[in-house]
Unconditional design. Structure first.
Length: 107
């Protein structure tokens, strides 16, 4: 069994969770915050049988979009006083960690 930890954009979470349920997979959704942009995102925890790992990854690949975000290239307090140059970042689709699960119980 594998444990997937997937960080995804808020806007993709509804579609991703629907597809996970439709595929008969399980997920827990946590509300999280990106350390860099300090905006909300979602982290999914999924326990997945080895033979379903590709199914789970396909759902993330298909339903999580890469998007461009513009941020001020200087701190927000300074940006209030002058038109700060903007910087473009490519964010997402999904940042995924796959770990081996040693033991798994539902008691
Ligand atoms: P954030 O930390 O808010 O990062 C948002 C985006 O800002 C990142 O998109 C990346 O384009 C940029 N970024 C982040 N840290 C950077 C840095 N040190 N230097 C330059 N640019 C940086 P993604 O890479 O798609 O990440 C989306 C979200 O996934 C992140 O939100 C964070 O919550 C999570 N994440 C990504 N990589 C991670 C990692 N190695 N460990 C833990 N969480 C990670």
């Amino acid at each position: 069994m594998k444990l997937l930890i997937a960080i995804i954009n808020n806007d993709d979470s509804h579609k991703v969770l629907s597809e996970i349920s439709r595929a008969g997979l399980y997920a827990t959704k946590l509300s999280t915050t990106g350390g860099f942009l300090k905006t909300g995102n979602f982290t999914l925890i999924m326990g997945v049988e080895d033979e379903r790992l590709e199914d789970a990854l396909d759902i993330l690949r298909t339903n999580c979009r890469k998007r461009e975000e513009e941020i001020a290239s200087m701190p927000s307090f300074a940006a209030d006083f002058m038109s700060a140059p903007k910087m473009k970042l490519t964010v997402g689709g999904a940042t995924v960690f796959v770990l081996d699960v040693e033991q798994f119980y539902k008691m």
